[in-house]
Design a protein. Structure first.
Length: 310
């Protein structure tokens, strides 16, 4: 990474060009990138062409949405680390439209269950503990793939289930979200559930195609897989869908509240749980502001999450 930074310096790369590349990737296209940068779409295209001409090879794969080439990913990684220095210095030199009095933007990728439970408290770090205000641009991503956002240089911070740091990054363990197999009394009554082996054939809730917690649960209890799934991409709505009797699934204990004692939901297998570990990934060039944020997040996670088994 250090060699790459030296190369960038020698080539005197214009960071406006890197900002254009970052905007095209983060916004998913040239038109949206132009709105983010307050320039025309043709100006965005020109900046990308200028960057490629200076480097002598493509930085973008012109798919829909566009994706970075290997070189493009390295440039985005470099930009994220330079942005860390920008935050540390509390300046907006890389963006011609940045007002020094405005909050500094921090792009962060996190899983939906963290967004719906412990993370809001962690992001609400007291202004008195920071030398500047932070503006969060949060991307909801499955914990199993959020790591890719960091590796591709799209975010400053990510919360991932992977303990392996990306190139140029570091990692701090947060704890684990505990999941329990849950259904409503009405669902149990409607389907006359008296044996967990029946679950493989009953409606099962999953957050997305990447959500394999329910598969792991069934495999653990009887070696089966769910044959009938509803995709329900809302962490808060997941619980409501269970209460309504749409299906059964794995729910974070942080979201259960008093639903079990009130009789709204039932723990299908009280002795069973799945702990999904989470890790806070950040760049080695971490600014003092983001270090403060990370330490505060670790404190909150320590109170709200389960300890990760060694």
């Amino acid at each position: 990474m250090n060699i790459f930074i030296v190369i960038c310096v020698k080539l005197m790369i214009d960071y406006q060009l890197l900002n254009a590349l970052s905007a095209v990737i983060s916004e998913g296209g040239f038109e949206k990138a132009s709105k983010k940068l307050f320039i025309t779409q043709s100006a965005v295209s020109r900046r990308i062409h200028q960057l490629e001409a200076k480097l002598g090879e493509p930085v973008l794969i012109r798919t829909q949405p566009p994706s970075p080439t290997v070189l493009g990913k390295r440039l985005l990684n470099h930009l994220q680390q330079v942005l860390q220095l920008e935050v540390a210095l509390n300046v907006g030199a890389l963006n011609e439209h940045t007002d020094l009095n405005t909050p500094l933007s921090v792009r962060l990728a996190a899983n939906a269950d963290s967004l719906a439970t412990w993370l809001p408290e962690a992001l609400a770090v007291l202004d008195s503990e920071l030398t500047c205000k932070l503006r969060f641009e949060v991307i909801s991503e499955d914990q199993s793939v959020a790591h890719k956002r960091m590796r591709d240089g799209e975010v400053m911070v990510c919360i991932s289930s992977s303990p392996e740091p990306v190139n140029g990054g570091l990692v701090s363990p947060l704890g684990a979200i505990r999941y329990k197999a849950i259904a409503s009394p009405e669902f149990i009554k409607q389907h006359k559930i008296n044996d967990l082996s029946q679950l493989a054939h009953l409606p099962c809730l999953v957050y997305s195609d990447l959500d394999k917690l329910q598969h792991q649960f069934l495999n653990d209890i009887n070696g089966s897989t769910p044959l009938f799934t509803h995709i329900y991409p809302s962490s808060e709505g997941f619980k409501q869908a269970m209460i309504a009797g749409l299906g059964y699934g794995l729910l974070p204990t942080l979201q259960l509240g008093d639903s079990l004692t009130k009789g709204e939901l039932v723990d299908l297998f009280p002795e069973y749980y799945i702990d999904t570990p989470l890790y806070w990934h950040y760049w080695q060039t971490e600014s003092p502001q983001l270090k403060t944020l990370r330490k505060f997040a670790l404190q909150v996670a320590g109170k709200r999450l389960e300890r990760i088994n060694p």
